[in-house]
Write a protein that binds this ligand. Sequence first.
Ligand code: NA7
Length: 538
Amino acid sequence: MAQSERAPGPVQASYDAVVVGGGFAGLFALHRLRGLGFSVRLYEAGDGIGGTWFWNRYPGARVDIQSLEYSYQFDESLQQEWSWSERYAPQSELLDYANHVADRFNLRTDIQLNTRVKSARFDDGADVWIVETDKGEVVRASFVVMATGCLSSTNTPKFEGLESFKGRTFHTGRWPREDVDFTGRRVGVIGTGSSAIQSIPLIAAEAKHLTVFQRTANYSVPAHNGPIPEDIVRDVKSRYAQYRADNYNTALGADWGYRTDTAMEHTPEERDAEYESRWQRGGLSFYGSYADILSDPAANETAAEFIRGKIRQIVKDPAIAEKLCPTTAVGCKRMCVDTGYYDTYNRPNVSLVDLRETPIVAITPTGVRTSAGEHELDDIVFATGFDAMTGPLTRLDIRGVGGVSLKDAWEEGPKNYLGVSVAGFPNFFIIAGPGSPSVLSNMLPSIEQNVNWIAEAMAYLRQKGFTRMEAEVPAQEAWVTHVNETAAPTILMTCNSWYLGANIPGKPRVFMPYLGVAPYIAKCTEVVANGYEGFALA
Ligand code: NA7
């Protein structure tokens, strides 16, 4: 019998909710649901909590949103008392923060580490889920809450000869816990997304030689990272609740000083002055520069050309600078935030291979062979990203009404209502799922909004004596259409991004996140005000 058809063993425990994943989403879901009196079991595959910040330990890994914003807001004393050492906290500090939160709110008693949820099947007669783990445990839960993250299913392209390589290999998203020493080694980094852009300067500083294999050049803006000035900390903390509320009321959910005027109503000099101020400010505030930056290709091109100008100034070899200049629209792929990325190409021990000119033919026992020849390497770092958004969900065997698997239901792309609920999968909720702002926003506040919404829905069901809640098909279809129609007129549709699933061969090309934090929250609020409009409650 195929594994997916095998009946799970006897049920060993029952909970109100099983939460899958112990990153920031899972931790808050556990806390919030427990606070409402629900019994909860949280399963985490890793041997520690922290999710993204547990797995992504590569050199230079840090958040690309300011830490004062990329942090929980649910507890005023937590946000007042915690202090960040840097404007963009490094991975280790984010992991410390996750562990601090787990201890502070006594979460560990309900967290089971080293346990991967394998399958979840809905028992239609009883309105419960039967959840099975890789440790052979079988538990019953009224609700399943997926906190599996957007970028947790790593992607290692199936290069010919991959297994034959005799040196060390790493994936940025599964970095070893112990320090990796690149001293004296010839290292290859494949990929130039955010993980590569953060790690390349540090690997280059250590390695004998670094070869970067670039398929698509990316836009990166300097982080200008460092300690957060005391007056800024004091100011934000003096009005934290309002600051958070103001950010929720924006398009992308972060404090990026959004202008409401358009780029094209200004002269080139005025635009460049604006972009220069964003460049000096650092980080992703570039997104806020003009209202039409993501919608008008001509406006977008002015920002693109500004950044290309910076690359040409920083990188001394004009041929290398040209290869590093992106040709896609700014923001079509998430912009990167770096410390010394472009300048790294001025080092004598760094070379750049443009895979558009000379594609990878194979990985060999001793390196990477492109159409131009062999690059001998001791180590290969795959900074090749993730099967984003849907991968972490569809790789589990999740079966709803009638035994239909989520993988099959989403064969043509993710379909859900508000990002949180899937028709045919009652009492099954997704945090930061496709169809929600998630990766097109500041993840942590978006996670908190989703968790609060789900927790309140569960409390509502309990209060009303309902045992079942699921998205109705027409509401789901309308939402999927709306998500796509919102992205359609923007530049977000114009490149091969992971937002579109285009980085994974064979994945349907569907725009997954929802563009617009403020309208999303308004819609979620409206749905509740109308008695969970679009949901079937029974
Ligand atoms: P990304 O942003 O998905 O970057 C992956 C990189 O790997 C990107 O440059 C890809 O090029 C490259 N890639 C993927 N497959 C291949 C193959 N087959 N050959 C050559 N190059 C390849 O992942 P990251 O981990 O850097 O960042 C993920 C997010 O984390 C980021 O957006 C931030 O939100 C934080 P491509 O662009 O597809 O041509």
